[in-house]
Ligand binder design. Structure first.
Ligand code: G4P
Length: 526
């Protein structure tokens, strides 16, 4: 096997997603502990944005600043090289998370056993479904009182719209929680309710083994056998191919805080999760094994220190071998570039790397050359398809309050939009600039950064809108008629595409009914 194939096959690049507080940070930390990337619990707090800080975004940015190092956490586990891509916990940064999901090959979803499927998880799952990303579900906090596991399975299936298959099964829950039966490996793991201890494992031959009765008691053993029988009756056998197609999600139960069920999850994960997969470019599908390097920028992280106005562009390597100081083509500008100080992220540390392989993320210091979605290659004209922008749901007009600085403002807005902080629309009726975001915080971020990085002062003018959606039609006349009728509500995005600004859900529904020849799109790629 070539070195390239070997490196590809041992890589597992994934993200952990959850609703805030379900246990993503804790699980990440425990995985890093197993990988030897950190040595004490409590080391991965930096990317957790505290709920209390919602109005204090400077604090959030500080935390985000620190979090550059934890944006990607690479470590070795056995023969595997694992890259965990962190996603911001705060929902106002959901766009960041969506984009990060373009760079992963699979996902682990953490669900709180008491709360079940929550809003944020549902939204993120939609993105996974769009891309057929394989998901594994970890039901967390079994040491606390929670819902019946069968209920949780039903909810996962109906709310996340994916078939599920439990690969482990809890014995009781909360105060009576005794452990899990590992269906995948046919072992019994007993619960030791003290942090940072490794699970005690009881070797058994099968579910009828008398040692189960001896360790958990007869009635719990009987209940476990009933449950397992029910499971094998109701759920089809686990099929790894179905999982890799994104059609079936294996489910594990455990307690991240107690490091319980985590190793089992990790061991199964490295075995079944896909290695880097082909990536679709506009021109062709690119295989990781292709000899020539290619990659794309999925995230740009600005340095909040006004004295060092630089960014880090995060490049996902899609094919070939990335090398330091090699000449690569930046497709959008057509320029050749060399990167003298690319960084890799290993064990929470950033360090300069000489090479990287498909599945790896390389951080490239940038001073405004990169835009989200940009492709780098050895020369071939390839354009990777980024994740589409989603219809924003919050809008404000942006107003210049210092006419002497309009040039700076223009540059600032363009660069922030390139970084993907928010979306810019021009209202076609009044020519005004409209900024659309998914969260309130972005407005504060934009205002602050325009002032501190570009010296431009702006104020916001509220506008009440429900949603912006991209429209198109095969019928030019119908399109023209729509645009005429809705002229006060028409805008264009940065690519000049038509966008309809619906001021209420009702108006949008009516528009869809009244103009059947018009297609309304809620993501920017269609
Ligand atoms: P998040 O990144 O998804 O937002 O969640 P995080 O890991 O920070 O976990 C949220 C809270 O849930 C934390 O408590 C954490 O200790 C707790 N937790 C995580 N896993 C488990 C578990 O298996 N069992 C129990 N009982 N609790 C769990 P906190 O009080 O908010 O934070 P901290 O003060 O402990 O850091």
């Amino acid at each position: 096997m070539s070195i390239l194939t070997d490196e590809i096959q041992r890589r597992r690049t994934f993200a952990i997603i959850s609703h805030p507080d379900a246990g993503k940070t804790t699980l990440t930390e425990k995985l890093l502990l197993f990988g030897g990337a950190i040595h004490i619990a409590g080391a991965v707090k930096s990317n957790k944005i505290k709920k209390t800080a919602t109005s204090d975004w400077m604090e959030i940015e500080k935390q985000r600043g620190i979090s550059v190092a934890t944006s990607v956490m690479g470590f070795n586990y056995g023969d595997y090289k694992i890259n965990i891509l962190d996603t911001p916990g705060h929902q106002d940064f959901a766009e960041d998370t969506y984009r990060t999901l373009t760079a992963v090959d699979s996902v682990i979803i953490v669900v709180d056993v008491a709360k079940g499927v929550e809003m944020q998880t549902r939204k993120l799952m939609e993105v996974c479904r769009m891309r057929n990303t394989p998901v594994i579900i970890f039901v967390n906090k079994l040491d606390r009182e929670g819902r019946d596991p069968f209920d949780i399975l039903d909810e996962l299936e109906s709310e996340l719209k994916i078939a599920v298959r439990p690969l482990s099964w809890p014995i009781n829950i909360g105060a009576k929680f005794k452990g899990v039966y590992n269906i995948y490996e046919k072992t019994l793991d007993l619960f030791t309710p003290s942090k940072q201890t490794v699970t005690e494992r009881v070797e058994i031959t099968d579910i009828d083994d008398a040692r189960i009765d001896e360790t958990v008691g007869e009635s719990d053993a009987a209940k476990l056998r009933d449950d397992i029988e029910l499971i094998s009756g109701v759920y089809p056998d686990f099929d790894v191919e179905e999982y890799r197609k994104g059609k079936l999600a294996p489910v594990f139960f455990g307690s991240a805080l107690n490091t319980f069920g985590v190793k089992e999850l990790l061991d199964c994960f490295v075995e079944i999760a896909p290695c880097p997969r082909p990536t679709q470019a506009e021109e062709r599908q690119v295989n990781p094994e292709d000899e020539t390097f290619s990659g794309f920028v999925f995230k740009i992280h600005a340095n909040m220190d006004p004295n060092h106005r630089s960014c880090i562009a995060f490049v996902k390597v899609c094919s070939g071998r990335f090398e330091r100081n090699a000449n690569y083509k930046h497709i959008r500008s057509g320029k050749m570039m060399r990167f003298a100080a690319p960084t890799a992220f290993m064990a929470q540390k950033k360090s300069i790397v000489d090479e990287a392989y498909p599945g790896d993320i390389v951080g490239i210091p940038d001073t405004g050359n990169f835009k989200i979605g940009d492709t780098l290659t050895e020369g071939e004209e390839l354009h990777y398809k980024g994740l589409p922008s989603f219809s924003p749901e919050m809008f404000k007009y942006i107003e210049n309050t210092d006419p002497m600085k309009s040039k700076q403002l223009e540059k600032g807005i363009q660069q922030l939009m390139d970084e993907g902080v928010a979306q810019l629309f021009i209202n076609q009726f009044n020519g005004r600039k409209l900024i659309g975001t998914v969260g309130q915080l972005q407005f504060e971020v934009i205002q602050y950064r325009l002032l501190h990085e570009y010296g431009a002062q702006v104020r916001w003018e509220p506008i009440s809108l429900y949603k912006a959606c991209w429209i198109e039609s095969d019928d030019n006349e119908a399109l023209a008629a729509f645009k005429k009728r809705k002229q006060q509500y028409m805008a264009v995005d940065r690519e000049g595409r038509d966008v309809f600004l619906a001021d209420s859900g009702y108006v949008l529904t009516m528009a869809q009914q009244d103009f059947p020849k018009i297609k309304f799109h809620f993501t920017s790629e269609f």
